[in-house]
Each structure stands twice: as C-alpha cells, then as structure tokens.
Write a protein that binds this ligand. Structure first.
Ligand code: CUA
Length: 334
C-alpha cells in the first residue's frame, strides 16, 4: 500500500524541478506564457498521437493472432475497413499539423507584438558580462549599468540586443524565449513581465571559456519601486563617507581602474568594462559569479584571473591598503 502510494507520487517528483527563477515551465511574462502554452499543446498532442499509434499497433498484432475466416465477403469487409483507416489517418494528420502550425503562428505573432509605450533598454553582450543602457528621450536621463536589469511589472519592454565581440544569446526562461546577440546587428525582444520577482538569465550561446559564468539578474518590481530605482541610478555616484572610502576614490581615479571603468561624478570615465557608478547596489559582481560584498570586491580586484580565467580584467598592482580602500569605496557606491 505504502509502496503504491510512493509510486503514485513519482510523477509529482518529476515536476518538482519545474518551478524556480530560471525555468521555462514557470512563466512570469507574456512571451514565456505563449511559449509555455505552445509547449504543452505540442507535448499533449504528440503524446496522444503516440498513444493512439501504440493502440492501433496492439490491435493489429492481436488480430494477426486471431485471423477472421477467409471468405470472399470477409475479405471485402476487411479491405473497406483498411481504406477507411488509412483515409482517417491521413485526414487526422493534416488536421493536427494544420492546427499546430496555426497555434505556432498565433503564438509567434503574440510574442513579436510591438507596443508604443514600451520601455526601451539596450543590452550588449561582452565576454563575459552584460552592458545595460536605459534609453530616455532626455539625454541627461540615459544611464548605464551592468549585469542586472530592473523592469516594472505590467509594462511592455523592448530590449534591443547587440554584441560587442562574439555571438551571445539572451535568455531569461521565466519571461521570454531566446534571442541571439550578434556583432554588427540589432535584434529586438519584446515582452511584458507580469509578476514582481528576481529571475535569472543565462547566456545561451557558447561564447568562450567563461560562457557558463555569464548570468544576468532580472529584477521585476512594482512600477513605483522601479521609478525609485531608476531615479537613484540616474544620480551620480555617492560621495565617500569615510576617510577610507575617500582614499578608495583616489585609488580608483589614479590607478589603471579609471582607464576601463566609469564612476559618474568622478574622473573615472573608461568605457571598456562595466559602469561602476552604483555597483554597491547590485546583487552580484562578475556577471553573477559573486555576491556584492566588500570581501568579494577585494578578492576580485586582487586576482580576477583566478576567479574568472580569461576575462579581460587585468590584475592591477595595489598595496594592501589601496585594495582595502578601493573595495570599501566601491561597496559604498549604492
Ligand atoms: Cu556569452 Cu555565452
């Protein structure tokens, strides 16, 4: 009895992996909902067809073992039945394939729909991180961030996807399907996130040895929370609050850091690496590899090649005091 109950739970166990912050089976956005519906329509239809084929095969094997009498009338009846069966199978095939084609067409049209009120964001793939630019009609309100995308729930978004070096692919399974990011070309992805939450996107095109370490967090927030976040991002970097942070800013501005990174409101204005203006407020550093803490910032700066071999950040020679100071400064940039 107990064993039977356990077996009864097995199908449920196989579904346990379907929810989560990186799952196509747990849709939280318009495009993902369309794809999810299509997935189940195809799965259930194909399973039904497979079951029907097995039933017919079993019936044929059974009749072969118990042949009907071979009279002339019986033979004619059997021929008529065969013709009916073949005709029925052809008609069912045409119907099913047409139905699935129509469903795919409708889903694709729903996914590609453009909305004039959409929030436009440019996402650019680099080896191995994501540059995010929030567009705005007023140039002073355009800002850059990295490796974290904030979206207001319920508002359509238009992502303009590009790549700086090699081909990457943008994929946030809970919200939308995959879209390639190709150097020299812009691909567009539109969807409406429905529910606040944090979702994980992963680069879905092999782009070099750290491809697996190219994650992007998508934070979907209520519209008011999103606006607060956006205003905070538009602002220049926070002023140092302690002498150590003040020393850290001087390190940032005077060492090689400033050649590659921007901290708006300071002399650091490099464009090769991620914008660090509000890095302390992001959840992770190095495209999802480490949580943003002062310790992990120091570890990363001290030896980025051990943490993420092959990435473009060199080891900048710093004294222990300089390392302490610059990590304190960056952690304070919220
Ligand atoms: Cu970028 Cu894989």
């Amino acid at each position: 009895m107990k064993a039977a109950r356990c077996f009864g739970l097995l199908p449920l166990l196989s579904l346990a992996g379907c929810s989560g912050w990186q799952s196509v089976l747990d849709p939280r956005g318009s495009a993902a909902e369309e794809l999810h519906g299509l997935f189940w329509l195809f799965t259930i239809t194909c399973a039904a067809v497979w079951g029907a084929v097995l039933l017919v095969l079993a019936a044929a094997l059974w009749r072969r073992r118990h042949p009907a009498e071979a009279s002339e009338a019986g033979r004619r009846r059997s021929e008529r039945r065969s013709r009916l069966a073949v005709g029925g199978a052809v008609a069912a095939t045409v119907l099913i394939i047409s139905g699935l084609t129509l469903a795919s067409y409708l889903a694709t049209r729903g996914i590609a729909e453009e909305h004039p009120e959409a929030l436009t964001i440019r996402v650019r793939g680099y080896q191995w991180w994501w540059e995010v630019t929030y567009a705005d009609p007023a140039p002073s309100r355009v800002f850059l961030t990295a490796n974290e995308l904030h979206l207001p729930a319920g508002r359509p978004v238009r992502l303009e996807l590009a790549a700086a070096d090699v081909i990457h692919s943008f994929w946030v399974p809970n919200l939308a399907g995959k879209q390639d990011m190709i150097p020299g070309r812009e691909n567009v992805l539109t969807f409406t996130p429905r529910e606040p939450g944090t979702y994980r996107a992963q680069c879905a095109e092999f782009c070099g040895i750290q491809h697996a370490h190219m994650a992007l967090l998508i934070v979907v927030e209520p519209p008011e929370a999103f606006e607060r976040w956006r205003e905070a991002q538009i602002a220049e970097a926070a002023q140092p609050e302690t002498p150590e942070q003040e020393a850290g800013r001087k390190v940032m501005e005077s060492k090689a850091c400033a050649a590659c990174h921007t901290v708006r409101g300071t002399a650091a204005a490099g464009r090769l690496g991620p914008d660090l203006t509000h890095i302390g407020g992001r959840r992770t550093i190095a495209a999802g590899m480490l949580p943003t803490t002062r310790g992990s910032l120091a570890a990363w700066i001290a030896d980025p090649q051990t943490i993420k071999p092959g990435n473009n950040m060199p080891m900048v020679p710093l004294t222990a005091d300089e390392l302490q100071a610059v990590s304190a400064y960056l952690a304070g940039l919220r």
